[in-house]
Design a protein around this ligand. Structure first.
Ligand SMILES: [Zn+2]
Length: 305
């Protein structure tokens, strides 16, 4: 994982809002979500951190606004260094928790999501037509309890705690993606909790002869869709090799409304990409919860290669 990746996917832009004076709720309700690429000089002093709400600066401040600014990012200001924020990059990489109590509090406040596995089958909802839409709109689909897992408190402490997890779905990550992008996640194969933005893995970073051995939360753009007799194949755009195939089960694609009309959309999937089988890099999905389309309005929050 690229440790240098910038954690802040978007800042809130709201003129006349004042830190320590006006409410967080008001900022979240009325603030405009602005990515570093969308920043304009007139927003100066009116953009705020999505977590700690202190004013942010964009780097570079004005220069190169007209070029394809891939390295533009938000920075916290030194003046507010005493205000705790997990999105502050100057701290060590990965999230550090001091105690079991602190981890439990983070889970309770929904700053940390512990995923113990992916739902094998979809939840039981009546399909009245636009099911994809319905599933995305549902604010609460009850997550069943997953296994108890050993979570590392941080990369350097070596301390671990046993905590209950939930069985979830990539769909539920996509549903509130603007909230989830700044949360920390702990997946079934994680070594330690990381912000979602640090976990998300652009398939264009994959190289055919050095594929990661572990499972990752990948994302990529759908360029082709094929129905085989038993399985469906979703082809994603990749730079490092000729093609990348994601094998899915037809009944799940149908329920998710994924078909040839999904070409151009972004797919998120959790799994291992391997070329051990027929020599072509691919991911065989089994569970319903392992993959989902990302609503198009959230694509700008992705950490593209
Ligand atoms: Zn912050």
């Amino acid at each position: 994982m690229d440790e240098k990746q910038h954690r802040i996917a978007f800042a809130y832009f709201l003129s006349k809002w004042k830190f320590e004076q006006d409410s967080k709720e008001y900022l979240e309700l009325h603030g405009e979500k602005i990515t570093p690429e969308e920043y304009r000089p007139e927003m100066k002093n009116a953009i705020f951190c999505p977590e700690c709400n202190t004013p942010l600066s964009r780097t570079p401040e004005e220069a190169e606004l007209f070029s394809n600014e891939r390295t533009a990012h938000y920075r916290h200001r030194g003046k507010y260094r005493d205000i705790y924020c997990t999105l502050r990059v100057a701290r060590s990489s990965g999230l550090q928790y001091q105690s079991e109590e602190e981890v439990r509090r983070a889970v309770q406040n929904e700053n940390l999501v512990l995923i113990g596995g992916w739902a094998a089958e979809p939840p039981d909802i009546q399909d009245n037509g636009d099911l994809e839409d319905l599933e995305f709109r549902q604010t609460q689909i009850e997550d069943p309890d997953g296994p108890i897992t050993e979570v590392a408190l941080g990369r350097h402490t070596g301390k671990k705690v046993l905590l209950p997890t939930k069985v979830s779905s990539v769909l539920s990550i996509c549903r509130n993606f603007d909230k989830n992008i700044h949360r920390a996640f702990y997946f079934p194969d994680s070594q330690y909790p990381l912000h979602l933005r640090s976990v998300l893995y652009d398939v264009n970073r994959l190289e055919e002869d050095s594929l990661p051995a572990r499972a990752n939360l990948f994302f990529g753009k759908i360029i082709k869709y094929r129905q085989l007799s038993a399985r469906n194949v979703i082809y994603l755009e990749v730079e490092g090799f000729p093609e990348l195939k994601i094998y899915t089960w037809p009944k799940f694609d149908e329920r998710k409304k994924i078909d040839s009309k999904s070409i151009g959309r972004v797919l998120l999937f959790y799994g291992v990409v391997s070329n051990k089988g027929e020599g072509v890099p691919r991911c065989m999905t089994e569970a319903w919860g392992q993959y989902s389309l990302l609503p198009p309005q959230y694509e700008k929050f992705l950490p593209f290669k």
